[in-house]
Each structure stands twice: as C-alpha cells, then as structure tokens.
Design a protein around this ligand. Structure first.
Ligand code: ATP
Length: 312
C-alpha cells in the first residue's frame, strides 16, 4: 500500500448473495484531495463507503484508512474521520443541537462552542434548537453533515452529501467543503451522481461501473487528456476533409460550413494545423473544445449501463 494514501483500497470485493457490488476496487486518496466517486445507480459507491467506514465487511482485498484496516476500529471514534452515511439516525423528539450532543457524547463529548460552530457552518444555526421531527429532508441532510464535522475531522467521508438539497443548499455544501479543504486541509472523499459537483468541487475522480474503476485520476487531466473536438476554420473545407481523413491520429472528421470539425487527442492539434498549412490551405482558426465530464461519463457508462452484476 502507498504510504501517502489517507484512504486506499486494493482489489476490494464485496458480494451480497449472488450480486457482486465491488469487483476489485482500487482507489487511493491522498491528503488534501477532494476525491469524488462517481457512477450510475448500483455501481458500488455506497458499498465502497460502507466498507471504508466499517459498516460492512468486505469479502476480499484491502481497505485502509491512514494505513490501518478500515473496519478495525469504529471510524467515528478515531476523531480524525467524519462520516456521513444514510445509517446515521436522529431522534425526532430531540433538537438538532441535542442530537449532535448525544452523538458526540458517544466519543467523549464536545463543547457547546463546537456544536454552535458546526450548526453555523451547515446553515442550521437558527433551527438548531427545534426538534428534528420538524426538519425538512434538506435540513436533516445538513444535520448529517454537521455530525460528521463535530470531531473537527482531518478526513470527511460523505455518501452523496448534496442529495435532497435544493440548488442553493447544494452550492452552500460545495462551498463549505471547499472551504474546509482549503482552510483546514480537510481531505474529502464523497460519492455523488452530480457531474457538475465533480467538475466544480473535486480535484480527483474515479468513475465506478459494476464495482470497478473504469476511469480515474485528476479531474483536469481526465478531461483534457482524452479527446478534443477541434473546430478548424479554413478556406477549403472539402480538401481539409480529404487531407485529415488520411491522418491516423484523427479519430473522426466532419465537414462544416466554414471548415471542418476534428476529433483527435490534444497532442495532435498542432499536427492538424501543420498538415493543412503544408498542403497550401489557409487556416483562420483552430478552436479546441475539451470533452465535458458529462460526455466522458456517458461514453464510459453507456455500453455497460444495463450489464447485470449477478454471477449467472
Ligand atoms: P446508488 O447510486 O443507487 O446509491 P451505488 O453506486 O451506491 O448506487 P450500491 O448501493 O453500493 O451502489 O449497490 C451496489 C450493488 O449492490 C447493487 O447491485 C445493489 O443492489 C447491491 N446491494 C447493495 N446493498 C445491498 C444489500 N444490503 N443487500 C443486497 N444487495 C445490495
């Protein structure tokens, strides 16, 4: 296992009956990263988080937090890891504040000031003394996040933190996580369905499909390194089409009114220009558009979306 990884899995497998939820999951999250686990329904995101937080036991492979087996000590008691998973249950007849106090007392208690601070951070300062039974779904979601923040964690593990929040709530949670990451160096590991959440918040991403990582790495690199759509503005689109169709590095080329549209890896952009100019064409513009995360995600998941995970 890598010594720098705060969270790491290697060949992690988990099956529920005949269904393989994880089929050899390899991820490594380093200190300071905001790491997003992305994938369609049933890809294994929640299972990965539940194994990492010690809520379920894996069938094989390794899952480690700070270099120690993930399930060995209840994660919440370590003080350095804040966990937000669906299983956190609140007492409806108690206030949000009292629920936080109660949960914190299980791991040694917490000061009033600390509770005030987290209620403020998640935007519940004004409703903290109201009974949880009167909270909306989004407010409960904020309370889940608040209880994860109480131990002033070094690492936050969050299962769909923005789920059920309205657009303003989603932006607030994103801003909060960014702030915790920048100002307090909190490492964040989260699962999500929200592509723009990954693009706007995460430094790293792993796309999960059928319990395995199908693409992963720094978000910037992943988006920039694959393929660009290049608009080429030229005086002779038909000839440009013929020339570029013969160039191996070009994956696809289409005719456009004022030029051609080329799909190629970023490193081939300069060659495209050179080839056209060498052939005597005038190139007025080369406009690269990088693949969006949505396009990448759709491409990676479209073929296997319906693949059953049971072994039969
Ligand atoms: P979603 O985005 O819908 O939350 P997910 O990526 O979090 O999905 P998991 O909840 O980890 O996916 O589920 C992975 C697979 O394991 C699915 O096929 C699911 O049906 C199965 N699974 C998860 N939990 C259980 C369980 N307790 N019992 C049986 N099967 C389960």
């Amino acid at each position: 296992m890598s010594s720098e990884a705060v969270i790491e899995t290697q060949g992690l497998t988990k099956r529920y009956g005949r269904t393989w939820a994880l089929r050899g999951l390899d991820i490594a999250v380093e200190s300071g990263q905001i790491y997003g686990l992305l994938g369609p329904n049933g890809a294994g995101k929640t299972t990965a988080i539940r194994v990492l937080t010690g809520l379920v036991r894996a069938n094989g492979g390794q899952a480690r937090l700070f270099g120690r087996p993930a399930g060995s000590v209840p994660v919440r008691k370590r003080h350095c890891v804040g966990v937000m998973v669906e299983e956190a249950a609140f007492y409806g007849y108690l206030s949000g504040r009292d629920n936080l106090k109660l949960l914190a007392s299980l791991s040694g208690g917490v000061s009033r000031q600390q509770i005030d601070e987290v209620l403020e951070l998640v935007g519940l300062a004004e409703r903290g003394n109201d009974r949880v039974a009167t909270y909306s779904h989004g407010m409960r979601q904020r309370l889940y996040l608040a209880q994860a923040l109480v131990p002033r964690p070094e690492v936050l593990i969050l299962d769909e933190p923005a789920s059920g929040l309205d657009p303003r709530g989603q932006v607030e949670v994103r801003n909060l996580l960014r702030k915790l990451n920048r100002e307090r160096s909190v490492t964040v590991f989260l699962s999500t369905h929200l592509l723009h959440e990954v693009e706007e918040l995460c430094t790293h991403v792993a796309v999960l499909l059928n319990g395995q990582v199908v693409a992963g790495g720094p978000v910037e690199e992943l988006l920039g390194s694959r393929q660009v759509r290049l608009e080429v503005l030229t005086d002779d689109p038909q000839r440009a089409l013929r020339i570029l169709r013969g160039y191996q590095a070009v994956n696809e080329v289409r005719s456009r009114r004022k030029g051609v549209e080329v799909y190629c890896p970023p490193h081939a952009v300069a060659d495209v220009n050179e080839m056209l100019v060498d052939e005597g064409l005038r190139v007025f513009g080369l406009i690269p558009h990088r693949e969006t995360l949505e396009q990448l995600y759709m491409r990676l998941t479209e073929e296997d979306e319906a693949t059953p995970t049971a072994d039969n």
